[in-house]
Design a protein around this ligand. Structure first.
Ligand SMILES: CC(C)(COP(=O)(O)OP(=O)(O)OC[C@H]1O[C@@H](n2cnc3c(N)ncnc32)[C@H](O)[C@@H]1OP(=O)(O)O)[C@@H](O)C(=O)NCCC(=O)NCCS
Length: 160
């Protein structure tokens, strides 16, 4: 079934989205994907802290009216790294439509506009869907030497 009045917006995470983000994490957990996506704790206090965050790192949402369809982030600048780490999840009800790819493209653009020429990420070696997506976008993946069962991906985003 389609949506009568579809709309898609990319917005920066702000406190207004706190409850929505809490629900987003609950839905991810319920779908069994919580294990793949745990960028920060998902309790109320932690989410309210992230929603009110001000700093160099970037937290973005893909929304349709009041519903969060995607959550993506670029982190590491606050800690002084040149190459940001990317993370994302798409709501279980909105998968397989290209939203993950769009959110990745947007995060890459944001990183580029911030002056980064590479983006990195960490992914569980058994996260097939995410691995397909990352490979299709040109990430080079290698075993994480610090933690077995994880891969580290790196992608050039700057102009060659
Ligand atoms: C990984 C994830 C973000 C993909 O989101 P999505 O919106 O469904 O992805 P898209 O529709 O943009 O698909 C893009 C690509 O992802 C891969 N993909 C998507 N669904 C897939 C599936 N069911 N099986 C295998 N690959 C899949 C494919 O490579 C696809 O490209 P294609 O359409 O050319 O085949 C989503 O599954 C998710 O949120 N997973 C849980 C959280 C997570 O694992 N985050 C990453 C942590 S490192």
């Amino acid at each position: 079934m389609g949506i009568a009045d579809p709309s898609l917006e990319v917005v920066r995470l702000t406190p207004k989205w706190q409850e929505g983000l809490q629900e987003f994490f609950q839905d991810l957990k319920a779908s069994g994907d919580g294990v793949f996506f745990a960028p920060h704790p998902a309790d109320e206090d932690s989410i309210s802290r992230v929603a009110a965050y001000h700093g160099k790192d970037l937290y973005y949402l893909l929304v349709e009216r009041e519903k969060i369809l995607g959550y993506g982030m670029l982190r590491g600048w606050d800690e002084g790294y040149q190459i940001p780490s990317l993370g994302l999840a798409i709501h279980p009800s909105a998968r397989g439509q290209g939203l993950g790819k769009i959110l990745m493209d947007i995060l890459h653009l944001l990183a580029l506009r911030r002056g980064a020429d590479k983006v990195r990420l960490r992914v569980r070696a058994n996260n097939e869907k995410a691995l397909h997506l990352y490979k299709s976008l040109g990430y080079v993946l290698n075993e994480d030497t610090h933690q077995t069962g994880f891969l580290v991906g790196l992608k050039n985003i700057g102009r060659e």
